[in-house]
Design a protein around this ligand. Structure first.
Ligand code: BGC
Length: 767
């Protein structure tokens, strides 16, 4: 197990002089009996618990020196994973013993974490435990699909469960804080981090935010298998100009509040313990030192009482941003703006003591930050038992359990989206004679993990080839050739791939990106299928064999040629540890695909950023015949190649009889929207019914469609089911130009269907 090694040897010599019992006794002025986010128990018990916690924290705060307080606001990097420019500290061990470190990131493994925690609780003056943070984004050892892939399942309880399992495994390895969920709405597929979030839609993003926070934190943060969540990256990071990671963001406050902030607000409401500020500037002011975002909105309007950590090194980056001339100005700006913890830039530790002494940062700002940090440590139960997450037994028995692996397979197959399936080429028979499997990703285990693989090991992942091989009959011949590299600048020899394709009854080709091509710092100016892959596909197609394309990608790619020329296309993202098995489940019909795209697939790069919920414009495409009267491109159609919400099944569904409970909605009323959905095919299947609205006339123009509800239904062949979804005036609200969250009376459209474009529609009036 890897773990941080900072000064451990030096620390060890001094460990055992301290009598743990005495320390813990002194520390636990008021032991926590049942800390956390409780759903049971009376409100008064919860209020009393909170009062007790605040008393404990106030008492501790009174005993802390200024340096010790600022130490709590300082997070340093361990060695488990490396994610960016973290300034190495010269002597972390010494600083830790002096109480100058409040948290450690990038560290996992009970043995190592226990050793470090021991220094904090036995060798510092006030014995305050550390909080250990790690990017547990889509699993710790059992890896689930990348978050964008999971979002395609639209299955909130499955996503909650995957976060729950990630928390169980992370906490079994000593971690008690994850830097997740990532809640950035993203519409620019050039941006590599689109892979880490829930896609382009705010409503879906809100639901997923709640599910993931709940999954990580459970109903009681003090349990040893729940961990603190971190809503990141606050805010608007997904709107980086031109999709370049870390780039500036410029946006109206209405767009910010209507589109980008709601998932963060939902995270606060779901009890997210912490937030991470984003790297970007927002309208000229870096989020790291953005008083509007941190103090006004998050801590003010939303009443968030957890703490905010910066992104890696971001306090120091206020200098190159051009906000601060030096570390002193940077620390001052960030702390005063409401940032509570400095991730790895060391600027708080170095500069805040003097800034406070000089009166440039009020001590009450420091006290507030420290109180927030101590609160989360308390809620995690760390003051009661600093080794709560250091259970060697759990580390041996709770990782990669059969139950976790089964959940990963279930989540992975739910995340697959069937984009095209002409002539019912899929599903294949397991008894098929010869299958050629071609592609650079087909035989890769490691790539299936995708970006931010936590502690996942390639050896624990099932490759596509392995999955196919274990699914087919013993008579089936599975031939494999890599074909070409994912990225190559020179022509490659396609002969081996074409040879096996010639022998095959069906060719399965993986096309797309490698696991590391999305994620942080992995933006692309071209979003095509890289290298020679498409050229190879063209040669394979010439052989006249039936071809199935499996896309591997962390972002929508431009695949127009593939879509026009290949009969079956399956979107497989990066599906995690069980990728190969889940893909085989779909290829051979053990699972009927039910995923729907959480992002639009553009036809060409020039359409980006693209999303389904655009404004109508004064010259909408559908309503005007003449060239000058249509907001459009002249060389490509405006719409997506595959729209938001799109996904096929091995069966077909027919929508009919959309009806509203009434055509007038009053301010306190409710509207029931019902539709009948019939399975018109020959297999049982699941259909995700989506409800969109449109506010036709408003003082701030509203998009032509906005998702407001969805429901997944299992329907048998020939069976018809009725779905009823409810709308209330609350669902129709938006921010007006005075930033009021409001709704105006008038005409509304209701659209229901199996994707954002193909819908039935009705109208009602809000009175
Ligand atoms: C990323 C964050 C991540 C942090 C810690 C940063 O570079 O932007 O998403 O949580 O590193 O690893």
């Amino acid at each position: 197990m890897k773990f941080i090694e900072i000064g451990i040897k030096r620390m060890q010599a001094r460990f055992f002089h301290v009598q743990l019992a005495l320390i813990v006794g002194a520390l636990l002025l008021s032991p926590v009996s049942n800390a956390g986010n409780h759903t049971s128990g009376s409100q008064s018990t919860e209020a009393a618990r909170k009062q007790k916690m605040e008393r404990f924290i106030n008492d501790l705060l009174k005993r802390m020196t200024l340096e010790e307080k600022i130490g709590q606001m300082n997070q340093v990097g361990g060695t488990f994973a490396n994610t960016g420019p973290i300034n190495p500290l010269s002597d972390q061990g010494k600083e830790m013993r002096e109480g100058k470190i409040g948290s450690v990131l990038n560290l996992a493994g009970v043995d190592g974490i226990r050793k470090i925690q021991k220094v904090a609780v036995e060798e510092t003056r006030l014995h305050i435990p550390l909080i250990f943070g790690l990017d547990v984004i889509h699993g710790m050892k059992t890896i689930f699909p990348i978050p964008l892939g999971e979002a395609a399942s639209w299955d909130l309880s499955a996503m909650e469960r995957s976060a729950r399992i990630a928390a169980i495994e992370a906490s079994a390895m000593g971690v008690n804080w994850t830097f997740a969920p990532m809640l950035d709405i993203a519409r620019d597929t050039r941006w590599g981090r689109i892979a880490e979030g829930a896609g382009e839609d705010t409503y879906l993003g809100v639901q997923i935010a709640k599910a993931r926070v709940k999954g990580f934190q459970g109903d009681d943060l003090s349990k040893n298998n729940t961990i603190a969540a971190c809503a990141k990256h606050y805010a608007a990071y997904g709107a980086a100009i031109a999709g370049r990671d870390y780039n500036a963001v410029d946006m109206s406050e209405i767009t910010l509040r209507d589109t980008y902030l709601p998932p963060f607000k939902a995270a606060v409401d779901a009890g997210a313990a912490t937030f991470m500020s984003s790297f970007n500037t927002l309208n000229g002011v870096p989020a790291t030192a953005n008083e509007f975002l941190l103090r006004k909105v998050l801590k003010g309007e939303w009443n968030f009482n957890g703490f905010v950590v910066s992104d890696a090194g971001a306090v120091g980056e206020l200098i190159p941003h051009g906000l601060a001339a030096d570390g002193i100005e940077a620390a001052r700006a960030a702390a005063n703006a409401g940032l509570d913890m400095d991730m790895g830039s060391n600027q708080f530790l170095q500069n805040l003591p003097d800034l406070v002494r000089k009166g440039l940062v009020p001590e009450k700002v420091i006290d507030d930050a420290v109180r927030r940090i101590l609160r989360i440590k308390y809620e995690l139960g760390l003051f009661q038992d600093p080794y709560r997450y250091c259970d060697e037994q759990r580390e041996k028995t709770e990782l990669l359990t059969p139950e976790h692996v089964a959940a990963a397979r279930d989540m992975a197959r739910k995340s697959i989206v069937l984009l095209k399936n002409d002539y019912h080429l899929l599903p294949l028979k397991k008894s098929i004679g010869t299958l050629a499997v071609i592609g650079a990703m087909a035989d890769s285990q490691g790539d299936m993990i995708g970006c931010w693989g936590g502690g996942g090991d390639a050896k624990d992942a099932v490759s596509i080839l392995q999955g196919i091989r274990s699914a087919v009959s013993s008579q089936t011949k599975v031939l494999y050739a890599k074909g070409c590299e994912i990225e190559a600048n020179a022509p490659e020899d396609f002969t081996p791939a074409l040879d096996i394709a010639r022998q095959a009854d069906v060719v399965v080709m993986t096309l797309g990106e490698s696991g590391g091509m999305t994620g942080e710092a992995h933006s692309r100016a071209n979003i095509n299928i890289p290298g020679n892959q498409e050229a190879l596909l063209k040669e394979v197609i010439k052989l006249g064999k039936p071809v199935i394309v499996l896309l591997t990608n962390g972002r929508p790619l431009t695949i127009s040629w593939v879509a026009d020329n290949v009969p079956s296309i399956v979107e497989t993202w990066f599906l995690g540890s069980q990728a190969g098995n889940a893909i085989a489940d779909v290829l051979f019909g053990d699972y009927n695909p039910s995923g729907k795209l959480p992002v639009s697939f553009p036809r060409v790069l020039g359409q980006v950023p693209l999303c389904y919920n655009e404004l109508n414009t004064g010259r909408p495409l559908a309503e005007h015949p003449g060239d000058f009267f249509r907001s459009r491109y002249n060389d490509v159609s405006n719409d997506a190649l595959f729209p938001f919400g799109f996904g096929l099944s091995y069966t077909t569904f027919e929508y009919s009889n959309l009806r509203l409970s009434q055509n007038v909605l009053t301010k306190d009323g409710k509207l029931q929207v019902s539709v009948d959905v019939k399975n018109t095919g020959y297999r049982s299947g699941e259909e995700l019914v989506q409800l969109y609205i449109r506010d036709y006339y408003a003082s701030v123009c509203q998009p032509t469609r906005l998702l407001k509800g969805f429901k997944k239904l299992a329907i048998e062949p020939g069976q018809t089911k009725t779905v009823t979804l409810t709308l209330t005036p609350e669902d129709l609200k938006y921010h007006n130009s005075k930033m009021e969250w409001t709704v105006e009376p008038g005409k509304f459209g209701v659209f229901v269907g199996g994707n954002s474009q193909n819908t039935l529609n009705e109208e009602f009036v809000l009175k």
